[in-house]
Design a protein around this ligand. Sequence first.
Ligand code: HMG
Ligand code: MG
Length: 298
Amino acid sequence: NLPKQVTIWEVGLRDGLQNETRYISVEEKLELINGLIQSGVKNLEVTAFVNPKWVPQMKDASELLAKMERPSECNISALVPNEKGLEKALAARLNEIAVVVSASEGHNLKNLNKTADEAIREALHLIYKANVAGLRVRAYLSTAFGCPYDGPVKIERVMEISEKLLGAGAYQVSLGDTIGIAHPKQLQESLSLITRRIPPGKLALHLHDTRGMALANTIIGLEYGITTFDSSFGGLGGCPYAPGASGNVATEDLVNMLHAMGCQTGIDLDRLVLVSTRAQAILGKRLPSKILQIYRRT
Ligand code: HMG
Ligand code: MG
C-alpha cells in the first residue's frame, strides 16, 4: 500500500551547488529555479545563509532571494546554521528555513564548528526563535545512519535528537544519510524503531546516493509510512564537510520510480530533464542522474 501522493523537497540549488567549486551566477541559478518551478516542483531549498568563507557558492543567498520570484503555491527555504543566518533569512522575508545538526560528534565539529551538544542547543534555539517570528522550520539530522569521521551512529541518539527538534517546534525532521552509507536492511531496522516513537508523517528522508542505494532505501521509507523525500535535480550534490559524499538521489530518478509505481509528485519529468540538461551546460559536466542518460540517447 504505497501512498498516492509523495512530497519532494528539491535541494539541488543548496545541497547540489554547495559542492561546486566554480561559482554559478545568480542569473544562472534563477534560470534553474524558474525551470524547476515550471516543472511543478513545489518545495525548494534554494540557498544557505552560511559563512561564505566555508561555502563560497552560497555567498549570494540574500541577492538570490531578493531577485527570485516566489509563487505563493511554493515553499521556498534556505539552510540556516546560526543566529546570523536567521537574521538574514528574516530580512529575505522567507516563510520557512531549515536547520541542521548531526547525530555524530565528528560531523558537527567539521560542518558547524560546534560539538554535538552545542549544535543541538543552537538548533533548538533557532527553531524557537524562527517559530516566534512566524517561520516554519524543517530540521535536518545529518549522519543519522553513519558518520565519515565517527563511523556507526546509535539509533537511540537519532531518536533522542529528533524528538528534541520536533519538541522545540520543527514541523519535520529530515533524516540525512549524509554519506549514502545506509543499506535497505539497516534502514528497515532503524525505521522500525524510529517510527515506533516518532510518527512517520513527521519524518523525511534525505538520501545521498554515494553507493547507489538511495532508491532502494526510498522504498523502505515508503514502507514505513514516510512520504517526504529530499532530492537534487540531475543528482547534483554532496556535503563539503563529508569526504566522499556524492550527490543526493536525483530528482528525476526518484520521480520516475514513484510515477511508475503510481505515487504522484506533481512534477513533470520531461520538463525536469530539460532543467538538468541546462544545468549540465552551465556546469560544463555530466550529472549522474540515470534518467538523464536515457533522455540523452533518445
Ligand atoms: P564559525 O567560524 O564558528 O562562525 O562558523 P563564527 O560565528 O565564529 O563566525 C566566523 C565568521 O563567519 C565571521 O566573519 C562571521 O561573520 C561569519 P568574519 O568576522 O571572519 O569575517 N558568519 C557568517 N556569515 C554569513 N552567514 C552566516 C554566518 N555565521 C558566521 N550565517 C558556521 C560557524 C556555522 C557559520 C560555519 O561553520 C558554517 O558556515 N557552516 C556551514 C557549513 C555548511 O554549509 N555545510 C553544508 C550544509 S549541511 C549539509 O550539507 C548536510 C545536509 O545536506 C543534510 C545531510 O546531507 O545529512 C543538510
Ligand atoms: Mg545533504
